[in-house]
Design a protein around this ligand. Structure first.
Ligand SMILES: Cc1ncc(COP(=O)(O)O)c(C=O)c1O
Length: 495
């Protein structure tokens, strides 16, 4: 049974970093120190921010050697989430993912790795010359275009097949699909391994039973969360939690000092402080209202006749796992407008922006994704509701569907690695025309952004199937990125 006990147990700080910065903002203290704006900007949109933008001055501690206020804030974060140790990240989850993999994986070894990982995790594979033993998100027939959960049995098989002692899993996915972390953790620990969970999209987990529990409480050894993605905190702010004795905190700190700036922004850290204390003090109020808003929204969406917004129960049925109701998935499949022209997800996103001034997070092949948080207002939900119902009233279902339009997602096409990412990138390379790439090994990533997990990674065979898939994404106007030549006329391949 879920309870708020944890929040009641969190020990309050006498003065938070945010409060200290706010006090400094209004003080007469003169700045003979960095930054060069001297906290002297008097007007304009950055004036208030610059008044709080400092360097490691007396009383404000040093993130890379935290002993004072920043130590207390990081301990507070650990307490709040129930971790053993927590680190502030000012370079997003990206820095935490890089540091955690580098800290626990030995150079050149195998790592069990979810294929739908963010590119930062792939960069860690490159840095340490690791050999990824992929586990793939489940294929779910109803909604084949959304990545499903990772099957714990696949993790087990890959650990038994290889000598991997580190497992890296992305959960939740961009769309909010959560894997069974406790079963995965049990398997990993039976084999004396370490489980890292990229929970970049789940910093709001564990504060209310309407949302999934955090991997911090499910047995993961390291968990990385972007505060800025789903909670009210400035862009780039994130947390790395160490949750077990199996991880050497000093080694993680050493890698963080490599990947994070030596001048961490106090504005960013102040916003983390504000966010964490707001959660500790008011989570119940915010999350109860949030649940109400989402519940009302999902029930209104039952009136749609063409567009489809699956509610949490439907998603759980489809994906047979926990899902995050904060991610609103709007499916656009087999639809046409009143003139009989095919209506796509991209058109929905464009229409929402042009006609209703609603900007959504992501457009994929057959759906758009709207991200919500505890800061969304009732008015915001109402606007989205009305816009979707209005657009829906002008759509119709298509009776015949061209099968060519139905694509597998990038995770259904299994990678064919021939060498490590590092070998492919650092070895001899040559550019080849797109049409001549079949049967060659790529030296570049090709991915859809967002979410940014690769369709092909360096060191992998470029098959006819994978190239066809990429061409179709491109034709549909989706964001295919990665190669230096983004027209995809030429691809860098291994010589
Ligand atoms: C699954 C996942 N992990 C990690 C990241 C990186 O997070 P950040 O932007 O906080 O560096 C992202 C960013 O989109 C992501 O989607």
């Amino acid at each position: 049974m879920f309870s708020y006990v944890i929040l009641e147990k969190v020990k309050k700080m006498e003065e938070t970093l945010y409060e200290k910065l706010d006090k400094l903002k209004n003080s007469k203290e003169y700045a003979f120190h960095m930054p060069g704006h001297k906290r002297e900007e008097k007007t304009g949109p950055f004036a208030d921010i610059m008044r709080m933008d400092i360097t490691e001055i007396e009383g404000f501690d040093n993130l890379h050697h935290a002993e004072g206020i920043l130590r207390k804030e990081q301990d507070f974060a650990a307490d709040l989430y129930g971790a053993k140790d927590s680190f502030f990240l000012v370079n997003g989850s990206t820095a935490g993912i890089l540091a955690s993999i580098c800290a626990v994986a030995k150079e050149g070894t195998d790592i069990v790795f979810s294929r739908n990982a963010h590119k930062s995790a792939y960069h860690a594979l490159y840095i340490k010359g690791l050999c990824a033993q992929y586990v793939y998100p489940e294929y779910v027939a109803e909604k084949a275009f959304i990545h499903g959960k990772i099957d714990p049995q696949d993790v087990k098989k890959q650990m038994e097949k290889t000598k991997a002692k580190v497992v890296f899993i992305t959960s939740p996915t961009y769309e909010g699909i959560v894997s069974d972390i406790s079963s995965i953790a049990q398997i990993v620990h039976e084999k004396d391994g370490i489980l890292i969970v990229d929970e970049a999209h789940g910093a709001h987990f564990g504060f209310h039973p309407y949302f999934p529990q955090s991997a911090v409480k499910m047995g993961a050894d390291i968990v990385i969360q972007s505060l800025h993605k789903t909670l009210p905190s400035l862009t780039q702010t994130a947390l790395l939690h160490i949750c077990s004795d199996k991880v050497d905190s000093c080694e993680v700190a050493r890698w963080l000092s490599i990947f994070q700036t030596s001048s961490p922004s106090y504005v960013l850290m102040g916003s983390m402080s504000r966010c964490l204390h707001l959660l500790a003090d008011h989570a119940e109020i915010y999350f109860s209202q949030y649940k109400k808003n989402l519940g009302k929204f999902y029930s209104k969406m039952k009136n749609l006749t063409c567009l489809e917004v699956p509610d949490p129960a439907m998603l759980q049925r489809w994906f047979q796992t926990d899902t995050d109701p904060s991610k609103i998935i709007i499916c656009v499949e087999n639809l046409k407008d009143k003139e009989g022209k095919k209506f796509t997800a991209k058109q929905l996103a464009e229409k929402l922006l042009a006609d209703y001034e609603i900007q959504i997070e992501m457009v994929s092949e057959n759906y758009v994704l709207a991200m919500t948080s505890i800061y969304d207002s009732e008015e915001g939900f109402r606007r989205l509701e009305e816009a979707l119902l209005d657009i829906d009233s002008r759509l119709m279902r298509r009776s015949t569907v061209n099968m060519e339009e139905h694509l597998p997602t990038n995770c259904d096409v299994k990678a064919q690695p021939v060498m490590t990412i590092k070998k492919a990138i650092d070895g001899k390379k040559e550019k080849r025309a797109w049409k001549d790439c079949v049967g060659k090994v790529s030296a570049e990533y090709i991915y859809l952004y967002p979410p940014g997990s690769p369709i092909i990674a360096p060191g992998e065979m470029m098959t006819e199937q994978v190239l066809k898939e990429i061409s179709i994404y491109k034709k549909q106007g989706l964001n295919v990125l990665g190669p230096a030549d983004d027209t995809l006329k030429e691809i860098m391949t291994v010589k």
